[in-house]
Structures are given as C-alpha cells and as structure tokens.
Design a protein around this ligand. Structure first.
Ligand code: FAD
Length: 385
C-alpha cells in the first residue's frame, strides 16, 4: 500500500517552482551560510507559506495535509524548507490564542508576505529539553514587561520581523505545577534589536540560520502578551503537534529524494561490467529504505488526518516524527553508500542533504524524548523524569 498522493496540483506547482532552484543554488548558499532569500520570496509570492491562515485573514484556509504536501515536495526536489517552514505554523499560536487585535496586526501581513513571523524562542542554554526550567524572566512594570535572559538555537531570527517568545512570569518555585507561570510574548524584532535584544548567529554543520539571542532589560508592551499570563507553556505545546507533523513530512520528502537518487545511480553506475544495482548487496538497502519510508508516510498521513479532524494526536504526531526522521536518516546513509566516493562530492548534493536531514532526530524534539512520551503516555510505564 502506498500513502495516497494528496493535492496533486499543489505538488505539481511546488515541483515546478523548485526546479528554478537547482543544486548549484543551494550549494552556493551552503558554502556561504547564506539565507535562500529568493527561494523564500518565490514560495511567499506563490502563496505556499500562507496555506494554514484562514481565508478571512487573506490565507487559503487549507488544513495541515496541504502544508505537509508542500513541504514534502520541497524536500523531495532537493530544496530546503527549513529556511521558512516556521512561517507556515508559528502564526498558529496567535491564531488559536491571540486576541482580535493581535490577529489583525499579524495574520493579514503574514498572508500577504509583508510580515515574517518565523522565529520561535523556547530553547535555552541551561534548561535544554526541560522547558519548565527556562530562566528567561519577564517582570511586569505598569504597561510593559521587562525581559532578561538568553535563548539558544533560535532559527531564522535574523530573517523574521516578529518572534514568539516563551518566558517565565512567575518563578518555578512559586507555582503549583512547574508548567504553570510561563507566558508567551510577541516580540517586534525590528524594534527590539539594539534596545535590549541582541542576535548572534551560530554556525552549525548545516545552513539553518540559527542564532543565540540575548535579552537585557528588553521592554515589551503588555498588549503583546498572548492569551493569559502564566498559561504560555500550554499554548506552545498546542502548536507542537503541527510543527512535528510538518517536519515529519519534510523527512518523508528527504527520504524520497535519497531513494530517487540512490535507485537512479544504482541503475546507471557500472562497475565490474554491470550496473551496481544488479547486486543485491546494493539494491536491498535501497529497497529497505523505500519500505521504511512508505510505512512512515502512512503514519504521518494518519496523524495528519487526526490533526485536521480536530482529534487528539499528541502521541501519533510524536510517533510519526520519530519514524519519519529515522526513515530519512536511513535513506540518507544508504544513498551515500550507494554513491561510493561520489556521495562525498559536494556537486552531487547528497552530503548536503545528509547533513540537513540529520537534524530532525534532535530538533524540534529528540528521539529519546519521544520514546519517553510513548513509554509513559501510550504504555503507562513509570515516568523517568
Ligand atoms: C539547527 C537547530 C535549530 C533549532 N531551532 C530552534 C528554534 O528555532 N527554536 C527553539 O526554541 N529551539 C530550536 N532548536 C533547539 C532544539 O529544539 C533542541 O536542540 C532540542 O530540543 C534538544 O534540546 P537540547 O539541545 O537542549 O538537548 P538536551 O535537552 O541537552 O539533550 C541532549 C541529549 O540528551 C537526551 N536526553 C535529555 N534528557 C533525557 C532523558 N531524561 N532521557 C533520555 N535522554 C535524554 C536528549 O534526547 C538529547 O539527545 C534548534 C536546534 C538546532 C540544532
């Protein structure tokens, strides 16, 4: 059984758009660690980044399945949606929990591409995955919050106008549950830079425009608080299922890129007088990667249907992200092996995609944390932390 190919027209237009951004384009950016501005502009112009925004705010009001199809095709084409995927879903926090003024301030602009809301500030150097221990603190002073702290690995902050920022507003030892007492603030990055907010790029093994953010007496107007003070952790969790499922779809796209490339190369590369793919030692790992990808795609599509139907899907979204990120990593490894020495040559784009897809076993949530969720939530085993 093959996961049905949804949204064929959308997929076809995405493929045509991506054809204008071939391997050379990405290789040059990768070498310079530069942002794919032209690619993101083309996606914005075509309306692909606003599919999740309701029509009343100028978007196309489609479900997560459409967004997933777009990201899968981007990755399958050898492009990298990681540069802008958050522009699709970060607005979900405002859409679900923001007030009418905040929605009006941001959503139409995001839909038409004049506002970029694709920075999401949760991770901190000292708290790691244990989000309830974040130290960034916002103290309320009259009509403003004054924020101090530090965030790390905040992607696209230099290419975003606004940031969704998770802060503590009540110290952890003064709340009933550790997840209480955190709040979400909307930070206008254009205004904040140089006035209490500093962005410092972090160079990583892949071109991901990620940064460190320092907050020193940054003033944020109280009207930029999303929802109720102290409930921010729950608002952030709400958005995570969408993020995990869209990233899982990117992994499926990556996987298919590697399998397309590996099977093509195995058919055409001749060694010992015959195609290398005539050897079962070469063809079986590619076939196995395909099997694993098809199975993962079914899990992703099942979890997306639950999400789009408004059903609970936390465990399914986690499981989908786990199997999809492992499928893409196994496909990447097998594709590199199939290409022999040429897999390491930059001009084949395999090594670049190999580096890119490795990220998804760590971010936005690492495999161990997913296993811990499944062990305790789905199987009822005791909590380990
Ligand atoms: C390129 C990149 C982009 C990112 N973009 C963003 C972004 O835009 N916004 C943002 O907020 N964050 C971002 N992140 C951060 C990312 O979400 C975190 O790196 C990730 O969640 C893991 O957290 P950590 O790095 O603090 O690892 P840690 O929490 O320190 O964990 C380290 C390792 O230990 C394991 N581990 C920890 N505790 C346990 C346990 N109890 N049991 C078993 N294993 C455990 C983890 O699974 C992991 O493998 C990004 C990271 C990268 C690398």
């Amino acid at each position: 059984m093959q996961a049905a190919e949804t949204f064929p027209e959308i997929r076809d237009s995405v493929r045509r758009l991506c054809a204008g951004f071939p391997g050379e384009y990405w290789r040059k950016l990768d070498a310079d660690r530069a942002y794919p501005t032209e690619f993101v502009a083309a996606l914005t112009e075509a309306g692909f980044l606003s599919v999740l925004i309701p029509e009343e705010y100028g978007g196309s009001g489609l479900g997560l399945a459409a967004a997933a199809a777009i990201l899968e095709e981007i990755q399958r084409s050898g492009c990298n949606g990681g540069a802008c995927h958050a522009q699709m879903y970060t607005m979900g926090t405002v859409l679900r929990h923001g007030n009418a003024a905040q929605k009006q301030m941001l959503l139409p602009g995001i839909a038409e591409g004049t506002i970029r809301l694709q920075a999401f500030g949760v991770t901190e150097p000292t708290s790691g995955t244990d989000t309830t221990r974040i130290r960034t603190f916002a103290r309320k002073e009259g009509d403003k919050y004054v924020v101090n702290g530090q965030k790390v690995f905040i992607s696209r902050a230099e290419h975003s106008d606004w940031m969704v920022l998770l802060v503590r507003t009540t110290p952890r030892d003064q709340v009933k549950k550790p997840s209480d007492g955190m709040s979400v603030l909307l930070v206008d990055l254009r205004q904040a830079q140089g006035k209490g907010l500093t962005i410092k790029p972090i160079r990583t093994m892949l071109n991901h425009a990620t940064t460190e953010i320092f907050l020193d007496e940054l003033e944020v107007p109280v009207e930029n608080l999303v929802g109720e003070e102290g409930k921010g952790f729950h608002y952030i969790l709400d958005g995570m299922n969408a993020e995990r499922l869209l990233i899982a779809s990117e992994c499926i796209g990556d996987s298919r890129f590697f399998i397309d490339r590996a099977s093509e190369y195995a058919k055409t590369r001749e060694v010992f007088g015959r195609p290398i793919g005539a050897n079962q030692g070469v063809q079986f790992p590619i076939a196995r990667a395909h099997v694993e990808t098809q199975a993962a795609a079914l899990m992703v599509s099942h979890a997306i249907s639950l999400f789009d139907a408004g059903q609970p899907c936390g465990t399914e979204a986690n499981m989908a992200k786990l199997v999809a990120s492992e499928a893409s990593w196994h496909a990447a490894d097998c594709c590199l092996q199939t290409h022999g020495g040429f897999g390491f040559a930059e001009e084949y784009d395999i090594e670049r995609k190999f580096r890119e897809t490795r990220l998804y076993q760590v971010a936005p949530i690492s495999t161990n944390l997913i296993l811990s969720h499944v062990a305790t939530h789905a199987l009822g085993m005791p909590k380990s932390f």
